[in-house]
Design a protein around this ligand. Structure first.
Ligand code: SF4
Length: 434
């Protein structure tokens, strides 16, 4: 019998859980160093007690930056087998979390398959699933219907749920008054907004937050406080709608902590580079250091087809300034459901952003592999280079495709190879160029 309900409660009671031990080892920390961070809410260990096969991860700005991969079927692309294949490949490529955003068919078997087979953290957005689950129009759903779906996801072993608790009836007026260019671009946020508009009632995820906290406490589900008003274009970045919601998310964070419920806070969105670091600092201040989970940020609006790059630029800056968790973005963003190749491109871009940020932040153990790569490059140890590479298969393929005449160079410069020339010069050897 567990003497605690959540990882946060355990840490507050001084109990070293099996999950905390594993996370501490991965982060090159002692359990004693990690425990106060979990107790204070600065690190979350998203591990629903019913997700038995989980390989626990910690999410917090002082830990290695984690990455999330969004998957799930839609009405137009509805093959659950293909989606499961993408999930397993995503985990092999390094995804720490999978968010199931399925919006078609019976979502229960896929969700249960995820929490019985997938070692990554599993996240969902219950408000999407509510319409699908009940097969009824949005305006016919009741507050109780929404809460029951949160409970269903908790019982199914989901580790974190995105809940758009921060928009209220006041937001309806604000959105009308401030005339944002892109209004609300959060899928869940737009559903909550639409439900409030049609029913005239308050946001159920805000109104019945205490009930939700009780469910999350029972199963140790981490709440990822959704940012319904995240900017969907540069023009809407850091506007009053975004900041007003963030203030409410800060209040909701503290209410969750009073019940030992773990919390992450979701963030932008689209944002010019010069606003990113300030946004991270504001979030950390308002939300008392709760881990920030950013959806990008995409640093320009004009690169459809390349938004894995626009978001990797923003993600690297955000994580180096304090964000803890990056939601990947694929080249298909704004265009289509990602296929397997898009998923790969999105994961690699996010991994690069996360790693670059970890080096800048001085996260333990982050930098050593870069120094090993430099050493391997200097001595032309190609096998060691593949071992250090984020995507060795692609690197090997490119080299094999355009092979050089000699192993101690590549086909870029051949005998003009600077590394080769310097190695020879410093060893006092003759340097043959022609
Ligand atoms: S040939 Fe040029 S690009 Fe290739 S390893 Fe040498 S210096 Fe680098």
């Amino acid at each position: 019998m567990r003497e605690y309900a959540t990882q946060m409660e355990a840490a507050r009671k001084g109990i070293i859980t099996a999950e905390l031990k594993i996370v501490a080892k991965k982060e090159l920390m002692t359990a004693e160093e990690l425990m106060p961070l979990v107790a204070a809410g600065k690190v979350v260990i998203c591990a629903n007690k019913k997700h038995i096969c989980i390989d626990p991860q910690g999410v917090g700005s002082m830990l290695k930056t984690k990455i999330n991969v969004n998957l799930g079927v839609s009405r137009d692309c509805k093959d659950y087998d293909i989606e499961m294949k993408k999930v397993l490949e995503a985990v092999n490529m390094g995804a720490h979390a999978i968010m199931d955003l399925s919006s078609h068919g019976n979502t229960i078997p896929f969700r249960r398959e995820l929490t019985s087979k997938c070692p990554a953290m599993i996240g969902t957005v219950p408000v999407y699933d509510s319409v699908i689950h009940y097969q009824r129009d949005l305006n016919t759903l009741t507050a109780k219907d929404f809460i029951d779906v949160v409970r269903l996801h908790a019982e199914d072993g989901v580790d974190f749920v995105t809940l758009h608790c921060g928009i209220t009836r006041k937001t309806i007026e604000q959105i009308k008054q401030h005339q944002r260019k892109m209004n609300i671009v959060s899928r869940g946020g737009s559903l909550v907004f639409a439900w409030m508009s049609m029913t005239g009632e308050e946001n159920p995820f805000y109104e019945y937050y205490d009930e939700i906290l009780d469910i999350c406490r029972e199963y140790d589900v981490t709440i990822s406080l959704g940012d319904a008003c995240r900017p969907g274009c540069l023009a809407d970045a850091s506007d009053v709608c975004q900041i007003e919601e963030l203030v409410r998310l800060g209040e909701l964070t503290k209410r969750a902590w009073e019940k030992d419920v773990q919390v992450m806070v979701e963030g932008p969105g689209h944002m010019p580079i010069d606003q990113i670091a300030a946004n991270m600092k504001i979030q950390q201040t308002i939300c008392d250091g709760a881990p920030f989970y950013v959806l990008g940020p995409l640093v320009t609006d004009i690169a459809p087809g390349y938004d894995h790059i626009t978001s990797a630029i923003g993600g690297a800056i955000a994580a180096s300034a304090g964000a803890a968790f990056l939601c990947y973005v694929t080249p298909a963003e704004h265009l289509a459901l990602p296929n397997l190749e898009d998923v790969k491109q999105g994961i690699m871009a996010s991994k690069i952003a996360a790693h670059a940020a970890d080096i800048a932040k001085g996260v333990r153990g982050a930098r050593e592999i870069d120094d090993r790569m430099a050493e391997a490059r200097r001595v032309f140890d190609w096998e060691a280079q593949w071992e250090c590479a984020i995507d060795p298969e692609t690197a090997k393929k490119i080299r094999a495709d355009r092979k050089p005449e000699h192993e101690d160079s590549c086909s870029m410069c051949g005998k003009f190879c600077a590394i080769r020339s310097m190695n020879k010069a410093l060893a006092g050897e003759h340097i043959d160029i022609l």
